[in-house]
Design a protein around this ligand. Structure first.
Ligand code: GLN
Length: 155
């Protein structure tokens, strides 16, 4: 990784699909190192699975830089996808769309919980890693992306 990175977005998708090339192309290790050196990361949905140290319903681990346990597909199948809104950190209400989303089921003490929905942790922050169960990019608000950009600019 020769070019300096200001930040990294790990988007939604399918963690098995995104994880395989990261692994096969030898990208996991250099990325893990950058994140451990505090590269800002915004991880949404599948990205949260790639970052998690533990995944409840699968053995495979990827970056494992985030001391949480996640549960894949915590809201059921694709047809169970939904959009809602809730308070996020100090940003007030943000819209959020969940698509076969994971949730965070356990966090270590140093992880800050940013939002919960229906009793499940759906947004958290650990150092410069922001992790979301949902997709902030499919709704009209850009407040979460602005929040992330501020973290990148202060690094
Ligand atoms: N269900 C996917 C997985 O477990 C994540 C879905 C998403 O990113 N929208 O990898």
């Amino acid at each position: 990784m020769e070019n300096p990175l200001d930040g990294l977005v790990l988007p939604g998708g399918e963690s098995t699909v995104q994880g395989k090339p990261l692994s096969d192309l030898g990208i996991l290790e250099p990325l893990r190192e950058k994140i451990q050196q505090d590269l800002p990361v915004l991880a949404t949905c599948d990205g949260l699975i790639l970052l998690a140290e533990n995944v409840k319903n699968q053995e495979k681990r990827y970056l494992a830089t985030l001391p949480v346990t996640v549960k894949r597909n915590a809201y059921g199948r694709q047809l169970g996808s939904f959009t809602t809104a809730f308070d996020f950190a100090d940003l007030g209400q943000v819209p959020a769309t969940f698509i076969r989303a994971p949730c965070i089921s356990e966090v270590e003490d140093e992880v800050e919980i940013l939002s919960k929905h229906q009793g499940k942790i759906i947004a958290a922050r650990y150092r410069n890693q922001i992790e979301l169960s949902f997709h902030p990019e499919v709704d009209k608000s850009d407040s979460i992306h602005s929040y992330f950009l501020k973290i990148c600019q202060t690094k």
